[in-house]
Design a protein around this ligand. Sequence first.
Ligand code: GRG
Length: 298
Amino acid sequence: MSLALEQDFANYLSLQVNLIEQQLAQLLHLRENPPYASLFHAARYSLLGGGKRLRPVLALVVAETLGGSLEKALHPACALEMIHAYSLIHDDLPCMDDDDFRRGKPSLHRAYPEGHAVLTGDFLLTYAFEILANAPGISAENKVKLVALLSRQAGGEGMIAGQVMDLEAEGKEIALDQLKLIHAKKTGALITAAIEFGGIVAGATATQQKILLRFGQEIGLAFQIRDDILDVIASKQKHGKVVGSDALNNKVTYVTALGLVKAKEALKDLEKTAVRTAQELPGGGMRLVQLTQHTLQL
Ligand code: GRG
């Protein structure tokens, strides 16, 4: 990307992120001060405390690429970010990854009592579906499609299945195919849902939905490979968590399975494939191509 194009995309991205963050803040705004206000404070700590907003941005960009309305996509996009935030809160808990930091700040169970962290995750998970059920401008039929899709992708055949397989794989030698399956479910399922969300809101054709699904699978896997690579090479400041935590936790990753050089090659190949897939969409999927390149850079 040329410097001018990069600047244009950076401006575009920051507009989308601002829209999402304003909406998230509104959705967690408490007008009064109820005795359970600490739950909302904890939710705000996690949900409004940074992050790239990749999943909601993907939903907005896909909707826009297909000529849909950003306004209609906004509440469903926020529901995705709530599911993502809940998954990170629970993933950081002592009974899972036991991470003390997230995004450069104490993880939620370090800033609040552990019980609050569990319940805040539960709250965000539940609230996501309430938001979908009440999403303005979305037909009843599409709301059901969104709820069915998100519950499947985040649930026992999707993200949670991936997390269970990940926990069970700890300290074991696993084959690359098994690792791919874990990634596809643990990380890819929600990313794919985000992309399909944009398609549903914008009324994508069956052909477009197929392209979106393929794109989701490609970018989802690439994103996880990138995370595995960053875990090894990034500094604590840049990544917001202890470097090499996967290795410390005895986890098989793309880097431990393939080595750093081959993992980087796999990432580049998948990026190229995902870009070609996005280019099949209207307008050559210009913003999606830019988002893919921006998201997957090391
Ligand atoms: C606890 C049910 C349950 C599921 C947890 C997604 C997940 C499953 C755990 C997250 C652990 C992890 C680090 C996965 C790798 C994928 C990844 C890079 C997640 C972080 O997503 P980003 O980079 O985070 O989009 P930000 O901070 O930008 O929101």
